[in-house]
Design a protein around this ligand. Sequence first.
Ligand SMILES: Cc1cc2nc3c(=O)[nH]c(=O)nc-3n(C[C@H](O)[C@H](O)[C@H](O)COP(=O)(O)OP(=O)(O)OC[C@H]3O[C@@H](n4cnc5c(N)ncnc54)[C@H](O)[C@@H]3O)c2cc1C
Length: 355
Amino acid sequence: MSREDIYDIIVIGMGPASSIFLKELDGSKYKTICIDKKSLSGEGFIKPCGGLLAPDAQKKLAELNLSLPLNVLVDPQIFSVKARDMGMDIERFYQRFYMNMDRSQFDLWLMSKANPEIRQIEKAVVTNIDKIDDYYNVSYIIDNKEFNIKGKYLIGGDGSKSLVRKKFFKNVTIRQYVCIQEWYQSDKKSPSYMTIFDKDITDSYGWLNYKGVHEILGAAFPKTDSKVRFEKLKTKMIKDGHIFGELTDREVCQVSCPSSVKELCYGGNGIFLIGEAAGFVSPSSLEGLSYAMDSGHLLAKVFNNDNLSVKYYSKLLKPLRRKLFIKILKNKMLYTPIIRKWIMLSNISTIKIKK
Ligand SMILES: Cc1cc2nc3c(=O)[nH]c(=O)nc-3n(C[C@H](O)[C@H](O)[C@H](O)COP(=O)(O)OP(=O)(O)OC[C@H]3O[C@@H](n4cnc5c(N)ncnc54)[C@H](O)[C@@H]3O)c2cc1C
């Protein structure tokens, strides 16, 4: 290995968490490299996602002095959510302030904000990481050819199936769900995003959303029988009178869904975890973009301030932890059918929609 292959920081994954980290990091201080399996041009890249930018994520972009380019947005923009409890046959509308986005375009745009001094390796799958003496040895594969590099610090920005977390922190387990989404051809333009609750299908939730010429049905399920549960959901929707167009795509992935803040993991021994790899996703809505960008920004402060301890990072993360704790409590309430029924029937914060 030549000196050229030795770095101060190796970042695994270039999702929103790493992009913000690499944007905010003082590039002149640290020799840094970032490796991602996707292409930097976006070719063939699909991240299964609802693609909704929540107010907290919008606030983060504002704090970072970033404005969203128009090509990231998709038709229709929505201002309400229709919450439907299928088991109890209750439906209520609530005002919401999401932005409807093309998730791939959003990621590409954020990646373009990374400090250009930082080397980015695309279409490279990280296959192994070992700690040897004071360095992390990272192996990655491009077109069946293996490469090796060394780094003093390792950043796990590699999402829900984080290799970094699995390899070095496997004792800090986190609850995970399987998400399935199907895309159908559609010319409907509903002004509402729909959230679907049904305790017989999942103890999380499902969603129906519109993007351009597509309608997307998705849901998060416990790991057992997820495919059967998805079919059950679809059948119930059809029985409910919903007509789906031609199926054009199907996506399956994992999502972290912490049931306690104890399931969060920030790193240790020169490793730092950000975004979903650390466990930062709201279990009530699966909103993760604000946490990803926030944690990436806070980790950049750790490096820029030369205080490279997980203790300091954990201190900076305190507001995020508090926010997640409240979401976990909300999740426990919202996903208890009797409490959800009471909330929906109380009509608190509901809006009336013209038929
Ligand atoms: C179905 C679904 C719907 C969602 N909807 C929303 C929503 O509407 N709004 C919202 O705010 N959040 C949503 N989320 C959550 C959100 O997508 C995540 O919280 C967010 O993407 C986390 O960002 P990240 O940067 O931590 O990780 P990721 O976005 O997952 O990025 C990880 C990166 O690491 C790369 N990578 C992983 N492993 C390797 C490897 N071994 N080698 C090389 N590269 C690797 C991947 O290619 C990827 O680019 C949703 C999640 C799911 C699953």
